[in-house]
Write a protein that binds this ligand. Sequence first.
Ligand code: ZN
Length: 300
Amino acid sequence: MQFDDQGDLDTSQVDDRRGIPGGKVAIGGGAVGLIAVLFAVVLGVDPQLLGLSSGSGSVSSPGVRTAGEAQQACKTGADANKRQDCRIVAVTNSLQDFWRTELPRRTNIAYRSAETVLFTGQVSTACGPATSAVGPFYCPGDRKAYVDLGFFNELSSRFGAKGGPFAESYVVAHEYGHHIQNLTGAMQKAAGDRQGANSGSVRLELQADCYAGVWAHHATTTPQPSTGRPLIASLTDQDIAQGLDAAAAVGDDRIQQQATGRINPEAWTHGSAEQRKAWFTTGYRSGDLAQCDTFSAARP
Ligand SMILES: [Zn+2]
């Protein structure tokens, strides 16, 4: 994965709250939100937040970071080639450049900007306070994708993924897939059907994986408005393999097998490793969001 060294990074799309201890937890209502999140962790069911996986655990954030550091450090594609946080800025920029054009072109739905929030430990959101333990997630109430970069270490150490820059990009693209679903109304379709191999939740999560693949298909041909060149200069087969490997690692069957030694499709919320890889691949091969209709199939 290579970024255009001369590409522009737009850090206004990323809110870097790292180094703010505990975030700003809202007073009143906060406790209720926190309980909801704790339920999400214990039961693997996500009542409000749309996470990447049903897994949970503690995340240790690498190094001590300062709030707003990305704004200081991330200026060009060359920075994204060197630093993980700048890479997340660049991927966020690429995702929004793509969907801003593609969504209205294909659906007549206007794109509305989202934001990526980098945090450590705990964060306050419109969906209530959340901790890193829930993994990366999207909150429809404030249209923000929340990422503790410590999760990417966990992706390898705990979920057994190979990791790498495009594994991380896939995670961010999956959360922006949820943002697209928030704009199209697909998110509402899945409401209240939270568990099971054919549930609305699984269909929603697999569609987010498919949308991540659609973006990946177009990532190296989506021009940046400011330069006229794609911010992502190259993606190799090895990069795509990293994304598929990460998608499989957060499959419900893999997580269940690891946690309990048994696989129980009735408790699935995100889909199996094979399903997650298959839907990412459908999006990646076709580049067509209409192919991501996980809601029509009898089995997603
Ligand atoms: Zn998700």
